[in-house]
Design a protein around this ligand. Structure first.
Ligand SMILES: CC(C)(COP(=O)(O)OP(=O)(O)OC[C@H]1O[C@@H](n2cnc3c(N)ncnc32)[C@H](O)[C@@H]1OP(=O)(O)O)[C@@H](O)C(=O)NCCC(=O)NCCS
Length: 147
């Protein structure tokens, strides 16, 4: 059984285990900052099993009217391929269905994790910006190794 629920307080050790399982080293280098970012998010949802073990997490930055930005969606690497990522993203799609923009940033398809992530998002009916005449811009990430 997988339980999806909103959470508002975050345990550093638990977050470290989750983010470490997917190799997100910029995040695991400063897990206190990760917990502050979670606390300051518009919404954080988790997936837990019946024992309470943390299996996955997703968070958003949003005005709850026009834009929902999905920042971070991850499932413990030992539990990939069980439909947990789908449950989390479907929950967010429903929650923010009234927003004009539902957007996120992920690795380019040419990056090591790119093909897997793109396949996942396409299965969930997301498309790339350029497929609807849009582009995404951003300042260059100053140090890709740290937050
Ligand atoms: C991407 C991620 C969230 C997917 O979560 P997951 O729980 O393993 O995915 P699910 O089991 O819910 O899969 C949902 C659908 O996507 C498809 N899918 C998932 N991973 C896939 C892959 N590597 N290749 C092809 N299809 C894939 C599944 O076949 C499934 O399709 P279906 O529901 O129609 O049968 C997870 O792999 C992850 O945490 N990766 C590391 C962190 C990351 O990169 N996050 C995303 C970038 S921000």
């Amino acid at each position: 059984m997988v339980i999806i629920a909103q959470e508002t307080s975050f345990d550093e050790a638990e977050m470290l285990e989750l983010y470490d399982s997917v190799g997100w080293h910029p995040w695991t280098r400063d897990v206190a900052r990760v917990c502050r970012s979670l606390a300051n998010s518009h919404l954080v949802i988790t997936a837990r099993d019946e024992t309470g073990k943390l299996l996955g997490l997703a968070r958003t930055v949003s005005d709850d009217e026009i834009v929902c930005y999905v920042q971070e969606l991850l499932v413990n690497a030992q539990h990939h391929g069980k439909g947990i990522g789908r449950r989390l993203l479907e929950h967010l799609k429903d929650r923010y269905a009234h927003c004009r923009y539902f957007v996120l940033t992920t690795d380019h398809e040419s990056a090591p994790e790119g093909p897997a992530n793109h396949a996942f998002y396409r299965r969930l009916d997301l498309i790339e910006h350029h497929e609807q005449g849009l582009s995404a811009f951003g300042l260059r990430v100053r140090d890709p190794r740290s937050l």
